[in-house]
Design a binder for this molecule. Structure first.
Ligand SMILES: Nc1ncnc2c1ncn2[C@@H]1O[C@H](COP(=O)(O)OP(=O)(O)OP(=O)(O)O)[C@@H](O)[C@H]1O
Ligand SMILES: Nc1ncnc2c1ncn2[C@@H]1O[C@H](COP(=O)(O)OP(=O)(O)OP(=O)(O)O)[C@@H](O)[C@H]1O
Ligand SMILES: [Mg+2]
Ligand SMILES: [Mg+2]
Lengths: 219, 219
């Protein structure tokens, strides 16, 4: 499903060049949950952003379902981000002045989901993260862990082909973390989707098919 | 140092009343690191906000070093927040367009710290979280874990009497988490300060003097 070769990412700033990723190779096949671990600053979020076409690499190739996605035009890349990928960001990125319901509805609207089928999808996603009792709450009135769970539900509500989750359980206790993994495993059960999870939590990594470790930009 | 009795916090919204904290009692003595654990949504951040005078309780009393802090006027409360407390927020709250150095300098400026002694304090704090190599980096160009470590350093650079840390290691790997705990233990070594840490991480809780658990607003 995903094939990345020779991925390199550099930033230039006043002080010189920072090489965040060096010649990274990665393959992800449908039906897998793979974990990416590594110390703070090792390049995990950068790798995930590149996989989600949120950031261009400096060098390297990236093929998704056989298609060279780095050569897509702006519109093709936006289309990819909207339909193929569900992204869970490391820091909260819900719409603070919208309700939980609205936050989950937006991706469905963008994906052109029929008005009739939206409510059922939203409520099912909320059920999977135990937040049905907060459906009409304002997003800025949620606890840190509740926001994170809504962010996960939002990435999954569209049933994308690949889920890229950047430390989706960082704010969660044990039970809620396990529930997120249950949700991921349900999603991949059809064998057509895959999940890439960046995590520091060994309990999460233990439930993944494979674990890769990034150190100083090397996988 | 801290004595809280009968602390209750309620929110009213369209649907009714949500009781987040119910009749909470807590004591913290100098030289302690106490852990507060509990499921997502149990009221941990709310308790910490009240302790930091960032949020008023609905009911209850709060005495700090013998002084009734709930009866302080706005200026007294601002004074308290600036000098007595170091707060580490659950979500990133650095100044994104400032450098790491500037982010650490602001609390020192507000506390009236002499210009001559600031650089040494800033560099010492950064050293404790292993981020000397990012001192002049823009805050919005840091990784998630780097931001969290800068936020911890910023809460500690002023050497406050009490540190209130809301899940300070949520984004961190094992080694960096342990380093944060080393930093906290160094701070309390003088026996005059205390730390209250909200955490989900059992490894962090294991290094605390005591562990309290919040469930549905009850401690
Ligand atoms: N301003 C508000 N209005 C209404 N409800 C609120 C408000 N702030 C928080 N809540 C609710 O209060 C409860 C407790 O919130 P709090 O942030 O203290 O939880 P927490 O224990 O820190 O959780 P987490 O581990 O997820 O960070 C949550 O269920 C949340 O939805
Ligand atoms: N825009 C940028 N300009 C300069 N340096 C950057 C930029 N973005 C990230 N970096 C640097 O690249 C390195 C890797 O960042 P990245 O966010 O990928 O790390 P990470 O592995 O996700 O870390 P964490 O576990 O702390 O979230 C960091 O050291 C960071 O300081
Ligand atoms: Mg990251
Ligand atoms: Mg919280």
């Amino acid at each position: 499903l995903i094939e990345v070769r020779g991925l390199t990412k550099e930033y230039r700033n006043g002080a010189g060049v920072i090489t965040v990723l060096r010649d990274v190779n990665l393959q992800v096949t449908p039906g897998e949950i793979i974990a990416i671990m590594g110390p703070s600053g090792s390049g995990k979020s950068t790798l995930l952003y590149i996989l989600g076409l949120l950031l261009p690499p400096t060098l390297g190739s990236y093929t998704f379902a056989g298609q060279d996605v780095l050569s897509l035009d702006r519109r093709g890349q936006a289309e990819f981000r909207r339909h193929k990928v569900g992204f869970v960001f490391q820091s909260c990125d819900l719409l603070e002045n919208s309700t939980v319901y609205e936050n989950l509805e937006f991706p469905l609207i963008y994906a052109g989901e029929d008005r009739q089928t939206r409510p059922a999808k939203i409520l099912a996603a909320l059920e999977r993260v135990n937040l049905s009792h907060r459906v009409y709450h304002n997003a800025n009135h949620l606890s840190g862990g509740e926001k994170q769970r809504v962010a996960v539900a939002r990435a999954l509500v569209n049933e994308p082909r690949v889920i890229l989750a950047d430390e989706p359980t960082g704010q969660l206790d044990h039970d809620n973390s396990q529930q997120i993994m249950d949700y991921f495993q349900k999603i991949i059960a059809t064998g057509e989707t895959a999940v890439v999870v960046v995590t520091h939590d060994p309990e999460i990594a233990a439930r993944c098919s494979r674990i890769h470790t990034l150190r100083d930009g090397l996988l």
